[in-house]
Design a protein around this ligand. Structure first.
Ligand SMILES: Cc1ncc(COP(=O)(O)O)c(C=O)c1O
Length: 480
């Protein structure tokens, strides 16, 4: 693949300058001028447009076709959200303005205040910080708040209980915050309340809390939450809810009402920013009354005169978690999404996400091996590649057919795992064509397994050494 430099022809250009305008080179002191012109590509506008259009066509994206990437969630985001985030008042706002002169950034502060209230209403929590820049950053913030709570009570609590069906970032975040992780084995794909009670008994006053992903990474909703909450409450341990998968429960369950003390949301998965490939994201963290004093700074407060201000006076706060106020652009899109759909629309979005996942699961029952198939799934489900086939081969064969693969080999507790998440916006026709593609691929794998090992044959890249591609990226071109 060539970079734009390959299209460069000396003297060609895509810009014109007003000959009457002062030249920058005349205005700068001579000592600051470079001796040689920079080595920039010299291309016409058409060269540039074609180059980048070609590149975009080599990339798979949700605007092109179905993207059932379980756990990561790659859903279609209405263009309306992009429009709102790009309004000049938001897009051109300097992040320091609110700090230097809050009066000049009232609109932005109002956005932050408004979404905090709405997230509280949706989750039943007392307050939210919008600072964390992604889900995992939200987890780290949340467990840091849990540590601060115990510390303020003069306790040394260093154990975090984490079920084996939790998202992988949960134990990573807890370890990073200095906790020792105690793994809880699941039963029938869910947290076993007896295992929780046993761990609490065994580790007693050492237990800082429990982090659970709900719905969990098997796509299942927990059915024993009250017993789990009760076991932790008995020793004043705290309950963390990984709410990255909020898109399964909006309008159906409020985390705060269920007794949880901390929740993080992946607003980039649930409320209108593409996720899948990494970022940008935002991971607001909601807390119960107990954890209010420890929330990160700054906080946005509505003053008596109705204006908004940034507040830094919270002596027990854990301090600053991220720069400024978090991913402001992502937060705007989330607010636009919430206001546009309203409570009823959000509930319907979750209902459709769950309905679509259950429809796919049911239709694939005779194609893939589906654990826990007697249970309804939430917004996603897991399946194993059947008859000795490899999940990776199925994934590559899907790419060949112009469909993005589901997440593969996650969670680790499922053999040759494929994890489809159709999301709420996909039509029955799209889901049916995915089922048909899966059926064809599995049939091919049974009769001609070699053909699957070869896939993909027609894409810009075939099978990469993915570890090397990620770890040893070549990001420069030799232009000598
Ligand atoms: C359940 C769950 N928790 C945490 C995360 C981490 O979120 P992020 O990738 O934004 O850091 C994800 C990511 O998709 C997730 O699915």
């Amino acid at each position: 693949m060539n970079t734009i430099f390959a299209a460069s022809v000396p003297g060609r250009r895509a810009w014109t300058v007003n000959s009457q305008a002062p030249r920058a080179t005349d205005m700068l002191p001579a000592g600051l001028l470079r001796a040689n012109p920079p080595r920039l590509p010299q291309c016409s506008e058409l060269d540039v447009v074609r180059h980048y259009t070609r590149l975009s066509q080599m990339n798979y994206h949700v605007d092109a076709n179905f993207y059932p990437l379980g756990s990561c969630t790659m859903k279609y985001n209405p263009k309306f959200m992009e429009y709102v985030a790009q309004l000049p008042g938001f897009a051109r706002l300097h992040p320091l303005l609110a700090q230097l002169d809050g009066r000049a950034a009232q609109g932005a502060l109002h956005v932050l205040y408004e979404i905090e209230q709405l997230l509280c209403e949706l989750t039943g929590m007392k307050a939210f910080t919008l600072q964390p820049m992604a889900g995992a950053n939200g987890e780290f913030t949340g467990v840091t708040l849990m540590a601060a709570y115990h510390k303020a009570k003069g306790r040394q609590r260093n154990i975090m209980l984490i079920p084996d069906a939790a998202h992988g970032t949960n134990p990573a975040s807890a370890s990073l915050a200095g906790f020792t992780v105690v793994n809880l084995e699941s039963r029938d794909g869910m947290v076993n309340p007896e295992a929780v009670a046993k761990a609490v008994q065994e580790h007693g006053e050492q237990v800082a809390g429990l982090m659970m992903t709900c719905p969990n990474t098997l796509g299942l909703m927990e059915t024993q939450l009250p017993r789990i909450v009760e076991a932790l409450r008995a020793v004043d341990a705290l309950l963390y809810y990984d709410g990255a998968n909020m898109n399964a429960i909006m309008g159906k369950m409020r985390v705060g009402d269920a007794g949880f003390d901390v929740v993080h949301l992946n607003v980039h998965k649930t409320f209108g920013t593409p996720h899948g490939g990494g970022g940008p994201g935002a991971g607001p963290v909601g807390v119960s009354e107990k954890l209010l004093p420890f929330l990160p700074l700054p906080r946005v407060r509505r003053m008596e005169d109705g204006t908004f201000a940034l507040i830094e006076d919270a002596p027990q706060s854990v301090g600053h978690i991220g720069p400024f106020y978090g991913s402001f652009g992502v937060i705007i899109k989330a607010l636009a999404y919430i206001l546009r759909l309203g409570g009823e629309g959000l509930t319907r979005a979750s209902e459709h996400a769950v309905l679509n996942a259950n429809y796919l699961k049911k239709r694939l029952e005779d194609v893939l091996e589906i654990p826990f198939k007697e249970r309804h799934c939430a917004h996603e489900f897991v399946a194993s590649a059947p008859d000795g086939l490899r999940a990776l081969d199925i994934a590559k064969a899907l790419l060949e057919r112009g469909i993005h693969a589901p997440t593969v080999y996650f969670p680790l507790i499922v053999h040759e795992c494929l994890m489809p998440e159709p999301t709420e916006t996909e039509s029955k026709q799209t889901l049916d064509s995915f089922v048909q593609a899966m059926r064809d691929i599995v049939d091919t794998g049974r009769t001609n397994p070699e053909a699957l090992h070869e896939a993909p044959t027609r894409l810009p890249v075939r099978r990469l050494d993915e570890t090397s591609a990620a770890r040893h990226m070549v990001l420069t071109e030799d232009m000598s």
